[in-house]
Design a protein around this ligand. Structure first.
Ligand SMILES: Nc1ncnc2c1ncn2[C@@H]1O[C@H](COP(=O)(O)OP(=O)(O)OP(=O)(O)O)[C@@H](O)[C@H]1O
Ligand SMILES: [Mg+2]
Length: 273
């Protein structure tokens, strides 16, 4: 269980001998092709993600990041190209995944605990073990004492933290996070960033994380994928070679500053900053 192993830090191991966990090849998405007035959101995107890696996607607003994440999560069909999981073509079995969306999408008539337990009910999992895990995760995201409150009784940031707990409750192999910290205040955001690093490093999840924050991407990631404006392509993939675990102080490290400056330059070069 995730919560049991949180106390220890363990660097994730990426097994290079196995095929990439997720592989995108020339993935494209055009919306509304049938209705006329189509919008090409994603032009031709290719990248690979290894099992256990933490990858971030940064790119200008409206460039197609959410679209890309939804296609990887199987919520949206691709218009072109392929997405393979462990060599399995899209449309076939995907890995267990947890998703956190830009806005917390909690069911208003269910309490925090009931919302967090939803994936367990859907998967018809063990209720008692699931409740134990749900309560541990609610505590982890700083919502201890709010188990029996309804979403309407929480702030936006608290709701988002509940939705992060819900995404983790089934201990998914793949965690897809779409700007999960966008609605949080600066202090909570920094705390959650460090918590996410801890969860990732102790649970060996593969995480794909969308953010607008360049420092957040550099702090958390093994690799940062920088996207161009719509229709999006990959501008550059940057390996972040910084020791772990990383603390907030690392943002003062010259290597960190160089990575962040380089990503910023990519946006400046394309006129996006
Ligand atoms: N359901 C839809 N139907 C038609 N067009 C859409 C739909 N969803 C998104 N789009 C368009 O596709 C493009 C990419 O949208 P997307 O939400 O993927 O961008 P994003 O990079 O996540 O932006 P942001 O950073 O603001 O969240 C936009 O031009 C948007 O208008
Ligand atoms: Mg988006």
């Amino acid at each position: 269980m995730i919560a049991d192993s949180l106390a220890r830090y363990r660097a994730p191991t990426v097994d290079a001998s196995r095929p990439p966990f997720i592989m995108l090849k020339n993935v494209a998405k055009t919306y509304g092709a049938r209705a006329g007035g189509s919008v090409q959101a994603v032009e031709s995107v290719s990248f690979e993600i290894g099992r256990g890696e933490f990858t971030s996607i940064v790119g200008p607003s409206g460039c197609g990041k959410t679209t890309l994440l939804k296609m990887i999560g199987g919520l949206l069909p691709v218009s072109g190209g392929t997405i393979a999981y462990h060599g399995i073509p899209s449309g076939q079995k995907r890995p267990d995944l947890g998703m956190v969306f830009q806005d917390a999408v909690l069911l208003p008539w269910r309490t925090v605990l009931q919302n967090v337990m939803l994936p367990i009910e859907v998967a018809r999992g063990d209720r008692a073990a699931g409740e134990k895990q749900a309560r541990a995760l609610i505590e982890l995201v700083g919502l201890r004492g709010f188990d029996d409150k309804y979403p309407g009784e929480l702030s936006g940031g608290m709701q988002q933290r509940a939705s992060i707990a819900r995404a983790l409750v089934n201990d998914p192999a793949l965690l897809l996070m779409d700007e999960p910290f966008g609605a949080l205040d600066a202090l909570t955001r920094e705390r959650m960033t460090l918590e996410l690093q801890r969860i990732w490093s102790s649970s060996r999840k593969t995480v794909l994380f969308i953010t607008h924050s360049i420092p957040e991407a550099v702090l958390l990631s093994d690799r940062v994928i920088v996207m161009t404006t719509r229709p999006s392509r990959v501008a550059e993939i940057i390996d972040i070679d910084l020791p772990r675990p990383r603390t907030l102080q690392i943002s003062g490290d010259i290597r960190f500053i160089r990575y962040a400056a380089h990503i910023r330059e990519l946006f400046t070069a394309t006129g996006d900053l």
